[in-house]
Design a protein around this ligand. Sequence first.
Ligand code: BGC
Length: 833
Amino acid sequence: MMTILVGTLAEKGLAQMLPYQDQGLSVEERVNDLLARMTLEERIDMLGGYEAFCIRGNERLGIPVIKMSDGPLGVRNSGKATAFPAGIAFAATWHTDLMREYGEAVGREARSKGVHIMLSPGVNIHRVPMCGRNFEYFGEDPYLASRMAVAYILGVQSQGVAATVKHFAANNQEYARYTVSSDVNERTLREIYLPTFRAAVEEAQVGAVMTAYNLLNGVYCSENAHLLRTILKKEWGFDGFVMSDWGATDDAVAATNAGLDLEMPSGERMNRRNLLPAIKQGRVSLATIDDKIRRMLRIMFRFGWFDRPQTIESTPPHHPDSRAVALQAAREATVLLKNDRNLLPIDRNNISSIAVLGPNAHPAVTGGGGSSRVDPFRSVSFLDGVINLAGNSIRVYYSPGVVTDFTEIFRGSEFWTLDEKKGLVRGLKGEYFANKVLSGVPILTRIDRSIFFRWGEGSPANEAPADSFSVRWTGSLKVKAEGEYEFIVRGDDGYRLYVNDQLLIDNSRARPPRTRRGVLRLASDTLNDIKLEYVERRGNAEVAFGWSRRRSARESEAVGLAAKADVALVCVGFNPETEGEDFDRPFELPDEQVELLREVANVNKNTIVVITAGGNVAMSGWIENVAGLLQVWYPGQEGGTALAEILFGEVNPSGKLPVSFEERWEDNACYNSYLDHDGDKRVAYSEGILLGYRHFDARGIEPMFPFGFGLSYTTFEYGNLSLSADRLRIGQKLKVSFDITNTGIIEGADTPQLYVHDIESSEPRPLKELKGFAKVRLKPGETRKIEFEIDDRALSYFSLSRNAWFAEPGEFEIGIGSSSPDIRLRQRFTLLP
Ligand code: BGC
């Protein structure tokens, strides 16, 4: 076999080839050879990350520095990149081939930037709609999520880039993510929260796994030997490496022994200082250290990182194929939830005006907040998309409807302070403290005329520190007319606002920059006391505060425009500031969006709502009055084009919900087991395996929109279900086939779903579970035969007494449905002992 030497080794000019440099040897031979050449210190140094997003290289031995980049919505690090739709949007396409193309596109962009490891996909199960990172993940069902994860990983890894499946495991809320313990029983863990990770390992040979911040059953995930050693490495045979989430390593020895291989972003804990003595004292074995190095080197050799440069100069990050994938995914992800009177698609010849309204109409909201946020080369907002496709004969009006830019209010708000000598003076008294708890003697006291500060990494004044300080502003504001007044605070990190001694806004525990609003009725001709407390912990520092008379949505220009337009498109939902990493969001739409929806629907019967969100929102109270509803998730940079194509009928929507949409939050399986308050930091997953549709089925509750549901502009019929046998033995396969016909008059795509129902079982089981699906595109009148193959794995549950998956002999039923409750074909068969 010919051996070539490129990149780092050749550059180093190592005259004589060493065995680990020989591409003719097996990966394991090369790993063993290189490992043997490393000193213990060099090995330990490699266990801690380097420059925040790298694995440390080794010049002496020619080990390259390994570069990582965040996903999962694109190649986030190292400059601009394609902003793809969010993970939940991809899950809503139910299109695994498209998902694979997405993975390939990401892999290509990663290569253009010299990235070796993508920190994606994120596969945590959607448990509650509030979880700030739902948008990154693949929904509530482990089977759907597994298929999506496997396709993505295979795509990424086909480009010579390793994927990282995260966050292992049961990281299902952002609130208290560093301290909360997800308490999940073993069966629930195996059936709901782990299958996607398992598929990533067993079916896609994922290169890396990232542990979650939270604790699992009282033990930090990065120190959880049951999770890392027993399940992941031993049972599933994972031979890649496990990295911690950023800063998620607590105890060096515990993590090292439990199976964590790489501490990110640096060796704060897993370093020479902690590990050398531990090795000496026999608390950590050399074999344990070597296994970690082996795992990292194995991936490096397997992916060819020793043998070729990772950067492909000729591939631009804004590859046209990436854009095509982003657009196609945004089209297929859009779920049409409501379409009264077949208002959609809009016939361009029938209307002369359309009002595009709402805070999310423009500029484009491509993704949610946090480490997945991509800075795109370009983006098309919903407004842009409608303008581009509406044609010359349709007038397009635009108004955001609700205020989202508060700069004017922050600049112009008047405050007053009583000065002993001068009487009332403009501004608030600011007391600055060199601690985070507003205590002791202030290091600085001054009058601040307005509160609109962006200190960044700096400090508010020479005498104040850049981090770990706090400020208390006190004074008052004058109100002439009685009415409702709105108070707006924006801050990074925490803050609290009191008006007339009443706590109006409490954002004290938040860390990322957040804007919060509160409304209060104030009497005429009054002086009202203000107290604003602000705490800067570390990093970026900013705080802004303003107030104004509250304008109702009715007074907004948007309602006027809606009244005169033929169609009103209202684009509402969340954005990176209101939905993202490190915090959970409310179930309700933010700010006055609901009021805006109601007012617009009042004046225009052709109101169509477009929701940008990682999951469901409260819809009762407005959904009844709107004609159309589309869930677009976070649609990425091409979202505006995709939406407009659907609105005007150039694309037939085919997205289906990857998560059940509850009518009320109280209807959710986790209503009684979601932690949204301080205090107890344990969440008992008391709903067990009955999550999402499994819960709605078991409790007989009707959701607002069920799992698997989505409308089309055409209709589909299913028929001729046939099973290859009516009896099955363990190890045999069952073929399930049926026909699907497009019975409408336009082309369209549908996703029929296969559910398995265990009719007799000695253990409680969900009424049905998804075990197959296929996205099918059909011309009008066309019929196609669909075939699925299932085996006993699709019939199994995790048996605690056996500590293994078990398919219990007995009767089963196959259901073919268009959504989870809409099962159209059924047939039974028996699993023989
Ligand atoms: C997130 C990870 C991310 C990492 C690096 C963490 O805070 O939880 O998902 O990959 O930061 O940015």
